[in-house]
Design a protein around this ligand. Sequence first.
Ligand code: PMV
Length: 330
Amino acid sequence: MVTVRAPGKVILYGEHAVVYGEPALAMAIDKYVYVTARVRGDNKINITAMDLRLVGVSVTILENGDIVAKTDYGAVISALSYVKRALELAMEYVGEKKGVDLVIRSEMPVGAGLGTSAAVSVGTILAYIRALGYDIEKRDLARLAWQVEKDVQGAASPTDTAMATFGGVMYIKPEGSDVTMEPVKPGAEVPLIIGYIPRTATTKELVAMVRRKYETMREIIEPIIRTIGLITRRGREALERGDLELMGALMNINHGLLDSLGVSTRQLNEIVYAARNAGALGSKLTGAGGGGCMIALSDKADVKRAIELMGGYVLSARLDNEGAKVISEE
Ligand code: PMV
């Protein structure tokens, strides 16, 4: 029996602008998806998913590939298609096919932009391969998990799966149709409070909405996107120097520009401002927007309370430097 964990991530700066070739800065957080795998004597795959979107659900994938679940929770079922594809690719990778009992648990809400589907994919591949007695290098793990995301979603950026695999902070640079990632070393601890509210739009819809604005008002939108790119570059330098004050100020400007692109919501803005008023050094939405998550640069209880008072669900997070790792093997 093997248990592994894989971290989630937040985007510190640069979401949406990264779609237009600007850099983004992502940080792996110490909130994890845990996957326990026990190889079975037959070919059956049994998945018990706990706390995926804060509900528990027990599911069986039959040998013909059908999924039988005792829930109708859409997000959970969609997380399970990642598990199914991750197992298929892991079986191909080791050239062996055995049934498995998997228990998956998440400390993060699913579908909020924290990269849980990537952490589920990375965790499933690593746990299954190790339970069979094989090993996999991180480069291959990131590549397979990215393939899972591409197969399930049609298209996917490699960011979330790289963050769940390697951890740390990464400077993401789009180069044509490619993306490269540079590890960044923070000069200080970065305390984050993450606020979460339900989402009203998908990432795909929000990216398309920004694209329409870009096409119809290019001379207005283009400079906003370029300025976000500049914020990301300065944000990286501030992080490397450990200048949390400047990081916070840049987060605030980044949020204002994201709001001007139309990807924030009234409730998200209320939470972002409540966190600042309660003493956060800075705050912004993180990820695609339309509800979902915001981050506040702070570890103050007052900031957590302010977010909760505005109806947000709160997680505290720090940097994860390890990425995917085996935490127990029996
Ligand atoms: O929801 P997330 O954290 O995966 O963020 C999406 C980031 C966008 O820039 C909006 C889209 C993208 O593919 O980069």
